[in-house]
Design a protein around this ligand. Structure first.
Ligand SMILES: Cc1ncc(COP(=O)(O)O)c(C=O)c1O
Length: 401
């Protein structure tokens, strides 16, 4: 008897490469011990939350034991939290936004799923520069949406503007961009972001002229916004297009990934219908509301981040380790990943060679871009140092083939 749908069955069979490496990691650690394995496969932020987190949590705990202390809250989020978010986002996005423009969600993931539920009809296309966060496909696929990926330009992985423009057609419902990028660490320049926004605006103008009614959106997925190194700026997206929206979260910036708190922000230039729709879908998808402890925590810590210097040190160390092994890569400007070039054409071969050295990385194919592997720096510096000889041996083994 069939228990699950064909669609989910096929998703289970092709299940994420990150997940596969996660399972492989558990197996290797069981076999050889934690110390023997260098696991660069996961993006679970390990730098502790800011020190203030404990005090804030204690205060939240003090207020919790009262009627409705931990009860349901308004579907769009706690009013005071939305106010705080509006202040923070106005400064960050260089555009005045109000609490009514923000919906608190279950992480950036919940923001994206709620957004897609609100706007995607079966057959709609979501254009995305590749490589990309692979869950986008499932998030829009739940509602019949299809990802249309457009290769970015290696080695810097800046988006290919002309190719993105060419990919947009009548079925396109959104372009989704992720900068700082997972998996490449690229930060899109202000010029590139403006050019992408111009594609969206031009298409909407063309549709309006043709008497069409379906808008197209620019969605900026920004969970890594704070992770920018060497003084590089992450451009604000809201001033670039009236059709711009932001999905963000505190998973990485405050290391609150397990607490599942994020937000959806729509440009106030839109009439408010989209925010109302996302409030509704956030509810009816069963999220109901963003976790209340996480919301309060995020609001109190909105101006803080984890110690980004730790990630920067790891980034420099990883660059040294990879360079010394003769592995090609572009120094990431942001986020905490490296997208390194496989020394052989098939990056799965490279993944296997590294596995023999008990080094876990994720194939670029898992991000819609073969020939590369992703390494996450959400691990201690000692693990990065320890991996150095293994990388060299893996490269040497492939060269002998
Ligand atoms: C690019 C990207 N978007 C969205 C998410 C989801 O983040 P959140 O934990 O805020 O739901 C992640 C998580 O790794 C990510 O890398």
């Amino acid at each position: 008897m069939q228990t699950v749908t064909d669609q989910i069955k096929s998703s289970m069979a092709s299940s994420s490469w990150i997940r596969k490496m996660f399972e492989k990691g558990i197996e290797l650690k069981k076999q050889f011990g934690e110390e023997a394995v260098c696991d660069f496969s996961l993006g679970n932020p390990d730098v502790p939350p800011p020190a203030k987190t404990r005090d804030v949590l204690m205060r939240i705990a003090d207020g919790a034991v009262r009627p409705l202390g931990l009860g349901y809250c308004p579907n769009a989020g706690i009013a005071a939290v939305r106010e705080t978010m509006a202040k923070m986002l106005s400064a960050q996005q260089k555009c005045a936004v109000e609490a009514k423009d923000v919906v608190m969600t279950v992480g950036a993931a919940g923001a994206l799923v709620s957004f897609f539920r609100a706007v995607v009809s079966p057959g709609d296309e979501i254009v995305v520069p590749a490589p990309y966060f692979v869950e986008y496909g499932a998030y829009c696929g739940h509602f019949g949406g299809v990802l249309k990926s457009v290769p970015s330009i290696p080695p810097s992985f800046r988006p290919d503007i002309a190719a993105l423009a060419a990919a947009v057609g009548p079925k396109t419902r959104a372009i989704i961009v992720n900068s700082p990028n997972n998996p490449t660490g690229a930060i899109y320049s202000a010029e590139d972001m403006a050019a992408i926004a111009a594609i969206v605006d031009a298409e909407n103008a063309r549709r309006a002229e043709a008497g069409g009614e379906r808008a197209m959106f620019l969605v900026s997925d920004e969970p890594y916004r704070a992770f920018a190194y060497d003084g590089v700026e992450v451009p604000a997206v809201l001033p670039l297009s009236p059709w711009a929206c932001v999905a963000g979260s505190f998973s990485k910036t405050l290391s609150l990934a397990g607490e599942r708190v994020g937000y959806f922000l729509a440009n106030p230039a839109m009439d408010g219908e989209l925010v109302s729709a996302v409030t509704l879908t956030n509810r009816t998808l069963g999220y109901v509301n963003s976790p209340v402890i996480g919301q309060r925590l995020a609001a109190e810590l909105a101006e803080e981040t984890v110690d980004l210097a730790v990630y920067d040190r790891r980034r420099r160390l990883m660059a040294k380790v990879l360079s010394e092994a003769g592995i090609e890569f572009e120094m990431p400007q942001g986020a905490f990943y490296f997208f390194a070039k496989s020394p052989v054409e098939d990056d799965l071969e490279f993944v296997e060679a590294l596995l023999k050295e008990k080094i876990l990385v994720v194939t670029g194919k898992g991000f819609g871009f073969g020939g590369y592997v992703r390494l996450s720096c959400s691990v201690d510096e000692s693990i990065i140092s320890r991996s150095a000889d293994g990388f060299k041996r893996a490269v040497a083994a492939l060269a002998r083939k």
